[in-house]
Design a protein around this ligand. Sequence first.
Ligand code: RB5
Length: 145
Amino acid sequence: MKIAIGSDHGGFELKTKLIAHLNENGYEVDDCGTYEPKSCNYPEIAKKVADKVAAGEVDKGILCCGTGIGMSLAANKVKGIRAAVVSDAFSTKYTRLHNDTNILCLGERVIGPGLAAMLVDIFLTTEFEGGRHQVRVDMIKELEK
Ligand code: RB5
């Protein structure tokens, strides 16, 4: 499974830790930056990751910023992206089961690296349920037209 990951300065340390976690667990990682903890603009990084996910170049995306919110707002502007910012296991599991989320957004200033790694594991191993939820995801896709 290939994962695109990105962060701004606010999520840089968390991204670094998650890349190590993903590598340790056998995922192929495409690091879309930022590559230094200097201040930068999260929408630029969100677009890099979202474009790769939307084009099918990678299986899923992970975005980190201070809160995860800016990244989710920006990523969700890209057609085909369903990005969710999460900080608990239940929401992470159900956003995969019910929303078929393809990008996970995390806030370095909100949760610790241990919980973040656990949420990433849940996100990457939980399959979409389909069925009645597919109808609803299709309705979201209609909104993009
Ligand atoms: C950067 O200071 C911060 O605004 C950013 O990382 C993010 O939290 C935005 O939503």
